[in-house]
Write a protein that binds this ligand. Structure first.
Ligand code: ZN
Length: 501
């Protein structure tokens, strides 16, 4: 296939590509490419549209998105308090008495009354159905009385406020596992999320997931035209140890990235581990592990040959993760990752670089929460807001930095937009840097930089075609359209023709 007459910002001398056998075969001018054509060559006229390497979303909760797509989970994002409750009430109404209603995505930080959803409010709309409403960051949820009767929470845990029906962190994750969807629902969710990814120009994902959600990926491997790198939660370490399965196990469609750990919670849930307290609650958040526990887990993972991806948001959590890597003496070759890295100090950024660590950040967070009158200012104060999510400083320090969405929302163009148009200078990156973070850096973090993430001869023909060049409209990147998506040289999405996925 020849794609001709486009703009290729990463290869300014070229306007055309030849692809075949799933790879990029040649790059150059249209006349040169025409010489390679045979009678079976298909030619697509790009009409001046822009070709980029397919986006690699380096941090997703992919099946969660899929469950929302198939309405197995009610999407509560971008609603005010009253509408959140109204949407849940509607979901209760369409389900039978006693059936579970699961909602996800509410965010009290943008409501007039910024208190968490309460058990009482849910009881009022659902006296006869179990309801769980998960906060946008997934680290906190509210349940009603009926739900608690079916799955009692451990009231002795510090992360449970039973009177308000609020569960955080481990207790929240355990609760969700207990009501997990069945295999068929998960498969449907996987296909729905894949179709959405293709519409957004995503050709590879790194996904964080409970180990018992891996099966649908194995069953549909390669059949879904999406390259998947798995980061199962650390609970599966025993099994990986026994089997001796290390990072990179798998093939180009499905591979094991490493293991996912959580060092702390989130800013929104008020439990990120901070050096200085939250402005609103006066609390410092909490660490999920003692130093000894974290070092022990990291050592075990390294011994098996597993990359770690450790969620660390607050400066105190980041400090603990740096300490753990230092104590464990982790090798650079495993390309250990820190996820989110929202509040690092300058010194921590430099130490992370010196230790050979890699960073995975989500620029949509600054779009959602940073700047005047947003959540970071209310919870952290203006000073910490200004130094939150310092993409620019991380790049300047020379750390490998991959971008992902954390599905808030899943959309590389939205993330790229906010990385380029972030409210504070230390957050802002150039269009080129942003594209590189959303493509080749993701490939690097999954040890696949020789194979994908760039437009070069011999690389995977995973491509996204945009209606305009983001370099020309940097202040409007979020409004650009994905025209086509190619995976393995195949068209998996074409705008206006949604049937070909
Ligand atoms: Zn996440």
């Amino acid at each position: 296939m020849i794609l001709r007459g486009g703009v290729v910002p990463t290869v300014p001398t070229a306007d055309s590509l030849a692809i075949g056998g799933g790879k990029i075969l040649a790059i150059g001018q249209a006349e040169e490419m025409a010489l390679l054509a045979s009678e079976i060559t298909q030619t697509i006229d790009l009409k001046g549209r822009t070709v980029l390497p397919g986006f690699i979303d380096a941090h997703t909760h992919f099946l969660q998105v899929g469950l929302e797509e198939i309405s197995s989970v009610t999407d509560l994002s971008e609603l005010n308090r009253a509408d959140t409750l109204a949407k849940l009430a509607e979901a209760v109404r369409v389900r039978g008495e006693g059936e579970w209603v699961i909602g996800r995505g509410w965010d009290e930080s943008v409501w007039q009354d910024p208190s968490y959803l309460s058990r009482e409010e849910l009881d009022r709309i659902a006296p006869k159905n179990p309801v769980v409403a998960v906060r946008i960051d997934g680290h906190l949820l509210t349940v009603n009385n009926f739900a608690l009767k079916q799955i009692p929470a451990d009231v002795n845990q510090g992360q449970v406020d039973i009177s308000r029906g609020i569960l955080r962190e481990k207790e929240a994750f355990a609760f969700l596992r207990a009501i997990g969807p069945d295999a068929e629902t998960l498969r449907d969710a996987l296909y729905a999320a894949t179709a959405l990814a293709h519409r957004l120009g995503i050709t590879s994902i790194h996904t964080m997931l409970p180990p018992d959600w891996i099966r649908p990926y194995m069953r549909e491997r390669g059949r879904i035209k999406l390259r998947v790198t798995l980061y199962p939660e650390i609970f599966c370490l025993d099994a990986l140890e026994t089997l001796g399965i290390e990072s990179g196990f798998g093939d180009e469609w499905l591979r094991l990235g490493g293991v996912k750990l959580f060092a702390d919670g989130s800013i929104g849930a008020g439990n990120a581990a901070l050096g200085e307290p939250f402005v609103d609650s006066g609390e410092n958040g909490s660490l999920n592990y003692t130093d000894e526990e974290l070092v022990h887990l990291v050592r075990r993972a390294v011994k098996v040959g597993l990359q770690t991806a450790i969620h660390a948001i607050g400066d105190r959590a980041i400090e603990q993760v740096l300490r753990a890597h230092l104590t464990a003496g982790t090798p650079r070759e495993l390309r250990h990752r820190i996820e989110h890295f929202e509040l690092p100090t300058k010194a921590q950024i430099e130490r992370a670089r010196d230790m050979g660590l890699n960073i995975s950040m989500q620029p949509n967070f600054v779009g959602n929460w940073s700047g005047d009158e947003k959540m970071y200012q209310a919870r952290l104060g203006a000073q910490r807001d200004r130094r939150s999510d310092p993409h620019r400083l991380v790049l300047e320090a020379g750390l490998p930095l991959a971008f992902g969405s954390d599905c808030m929302p899943i959309s590389p163009l939205y993330g790229l937009h906010w990385a380029v148009n972030a409210p504070h200078p230390s957050q802002r990156v150039s269009v080129d840097e942003g594209i590189s973070c959303y493509t080749e850096a993701g490939a690097y973090l999954s040890f696949e930089e020789a194979k994908k993430g760039k437009i070069e001869v011999g690389m995977d023909a995973d491509l996204v075609i945009l209606d305009q060049d983001p370099h020309r409209v940097p202040e409007r990147i979020a409004e650009l359209h994905v025209e086509m998506t190619f995976v393995d040289g195949e068209v998996v999405f074409r705008r206006g023709d949604e049937s070909c996925a």
